[in-house]
Design a protein around this ligand. Structure first.
Ligand code: ATP
Ligand code: MG
Length: 317
């Protein structure tokens, strides 16, 4: 599938526009004949999509935030809960943090964060909202963009829509230190296309056998699609630290043996009533229950994750 890929430079030449204009063109592509945007046909969009994948495989999106995609094979393992709480803690630590809910059509990160966005990515794709209108402020200044809920067209978004969203993320990247993408579960291109632009992928699993098998499945597919950035594992809802370590060892053993891939351990979260309690309060659990065991383990994950970010003092000096 990679043999016919072109680089952004090649597509820019083909479109007869500057290389740096290609991402802007992607953003404009689905909004019709805007200004001087080049006319972009559907085959050309497909070409652009391939080019963006190729380019981001090599370099990541242009400068700025580190992008972390949070994903899983099996649904309901705790991706959104983890992402919302990670984002809140990272913002509290002083990182300019943006959470983009890419569980399109079933977006619920805003509910867990206690936010009420007026507009979502769905309105942006419709052309009824500007990118800046989508951003809402959460605890500690964390920013959130919601993905739209109960919207059939978002659940079935095509290449063009995904490309537009990737363009939007690339536009916001220079203004953030870290961007967390909460994806849906599963192995469809509505997940893997977004992971392709991430600098890091975090795979969440529980100790449930099907969840571990599906975690392996998503890792296998992103690798087969050419993803070569770090992949980290969080084991959620464990009864003991040993249980989490055993799940990780199992997964790591399989990826080393069958995919020649080294996974990274990011951490574990215990099964904890505080998580559900916080949902009822419409607050991240780290805000509602700062002294809980689950928050203590979350903080360990945050500190490991921070080792992949530029030091705060380096950015402010
Ligand atoms: N550590 C935990 N302890 C107890 N309950 C948890 C824990 N983590 C998540 N849950 C609960 O599990 C359920 C699913 O969590 P969440 O919505 O975050 O999963 P998800 O992977 O994002 O699901 P989906 O695939 O549907 O997007 C929620 O009810 C949440 O409160
Ligand atoms: Mg979710």
């Amino acid at each position: 599938m990679t043999e016919s890929r072109k680089t952004l430079a090649q597509v820019a030449k083909q479109l007869d526009i500057g290389e740096e204009q290609v991402l802007a063109a992607i953003r404009l592509a689905s909004s019709g004949p805007v200004g001087t945007a080049p006319a972009i046909s559907t085959p050309m969009l497909e070409e652009l999509m391939r080019a963006v994948r190729t380019e981001t495989d090599r370099h990541g999106l242009p400068g700025g935030a580190r992008i972390f995609g949070v994903t899983s094979g099996k649904g309901g393992v705790g991706k959104t809960s983890l992402t919302v709480n990670l984002a809140t803690e990272l913002a509290a630590a002083g990182h300019r943090t943006l959470l983009v809910d890419l569980d399109l059509g079933l977006s619920n990160a805003h509910i867990l964060a206690g936010l009420k966005p007026q507009q979502t990515l769905s309105d942006y794709l419709d052309g009824t909202a500007k990118l800046a209108d989508l951003i809402v402020d959460g605890p500690h200044g964390v920013k959130l963009i919601a993905g739209g809920s109960g919207i059939q067209e978002m659940a079935n978004l095509d290449d063009r829509g995904r490309l537009e969203i990737i363009g939007a993320i690339s536009e916001l990247r220079p203004f953030c230190d870290v961007i967390l993408l909460d994806t849906g579960a599963g192995v469809s291109s509505s997940v893997t296309d977004f992971l392709a632009v991430c600098d890091h992928t975090i795979v969440v699993t529980t100790s449930n056998f099907a969840a571990i098998a599906d975690a392996y499945g998503i890792i296998k597919i992103v690798c087969q699609e050419g993803y070569d950035k770090p992949i980290h594992v969080v084991v959620n809802r464990v009864k003991s630290p040993t249980e989490g370590e055993q799940v990780y060892a199992k997964l790591k053993g399989c990826t080393e043996r069958f995919l020649s891939l080294n996974l990274n351990w990011l951490g574990l979260l215990p099964e904890d009533h505080s998580v559900e309690g916080a949902v009822l309060q419409r607050l991240p659990f780290c805000e509602a229950f700062p002294a809980s065991t689950v928050t203590r383990y979350l903080k360990k994950i945050v500190s490991t994750l921070e080792s992949y970010l530029p030091a705060l003092h380096a950015r402010t000096s």
